[in-house]
Design a binder for this molecule. Structure first.
Ligand code: ADP
Ligand code: MG
Length: 265
């Protein structure tokens, strides 16, 4: 029996879920050295939602974000992004480029080019990748830097910025591509608590003012409790808890999560 393209699409769960969500991933699997680092993971995020991902080191949090961003190729799984089926049975679809361009990712260690000024860090990729003109790229950069409170640092050298300032510039650089979803992997782990709070404050402002969806891996339980719409607890490549912060932190019956929260507090 031949299955028509339409029938195939209807049976794709990620696509069905993607009609309600900005991002829907279904059945993501990734194995490293015979270990299931992502073990049949489902992950949804809505426009303007902040999802905080917590879990022990090595539980698969970074791999999940990297698989969504396409920095790692999952062996299985479907992903639907803003209505486009971008991955099916682990493979990128022809819609991949269009969908993935709406996702930005930021990492713990500074990934800016230290020998360049802030403006060049922001404009280089759009000019090369999108062939954007110099004036338009500069204009976008000024807006993006303004959004992260770094408007007066256009001409500063990256090497002269503090850690918190660099992470704000890294956020601005991700904003250059006008993403709908920002994936943040322990972006404040190297920062002192007050500076970390400032950087996280930038993210909540972007959510509130721009409607950006944010998936954030952090050990900052205070931020998770205060700013998350949803908390996902990861363990051995599986989502063990997916709940509101109140449910996750105050009402949760999952002993493993309680132990984890006690350990990081
Ligand atoms: P987390 O971010 O929760 O600390 P990761 O997703 O980084 O966890 O890693 C989960 C597991 O996958 C770890 O055991 C790690 O060693 C392994 N792993 C991650 N990336 C790779 C890789 N590129 N090659 C081999 N093993 C990897
Ligand atoms: Mg990690």
């Amino acid at each position: 029996m031949t299955v028509t393209k339409e029938e195939q699409e209807v049976e794709c769960q990620a696509q069905i879920a993607g009609q309600n969500h900005l991002l829907s991933a279904r059945g993501l699997c990734k194995t490293f050295r015979d270990e299931a680092v992502l073990d049949d993971v489902d992950f949804d995020i809505d426009a303007g939602e902040v999802v905080v991902i917590i879990g022990r080191s090595g539980s698969g949090k970074s791999t999940l974000l990297r698989a969504v961003a396409g920095l790692t190729e999952p062996e299985a799984g479907d992903v639907c992004l803003n209505g486009r089926l971008v991955r099916r049975n682990g493979e990128r679809t022809p819609e991949w480029e269009q969908g993935a361009s709406q996702v930005g990712m930021i990492f713990q260690s500074y990934t800016l080019w230290p020998h360049m000024d802030v403006m060049s860090n922001l404009t280089l990729a759009p000019r090369k990748v999108l062939n954007m003109g110099r004036a338009e790229a500069r204009e976008r950069a000024i807006t993006a830097l303004g959004e992260v409170g770094m408007g007066s640092y256009c001409d500063a050298q990256v090497s002269q910025l503090s850690g918190g300032q660099r992470q704000r510039v890294a956020i601005a650089r991700a904003l250059m591509m006008r993403p709908k979803l920002l994936l943040c992997d322990e972006i404040t782990s190297a920062l002192d608590p007050p500076v970390a709070a400032e950087v996280l404050g930038v993210l909540t402002r972007l959510k509130d003012e721009e409607g950006l969806a944010i998936a954030l891996v952090t050990h900052d339980m205070a931020f998770a409790a205060k700013a998350a719409d949803r908390v996902m607890f990861f363990s051995h490549g599986k989502v063990k808890v997916n709940a509101t912060p109140k449910e996750a932190f105050e009402q949760c019956e999952v002993e493993e999560l309680r132990q984890f929260v006690d350990a990081v507090r």
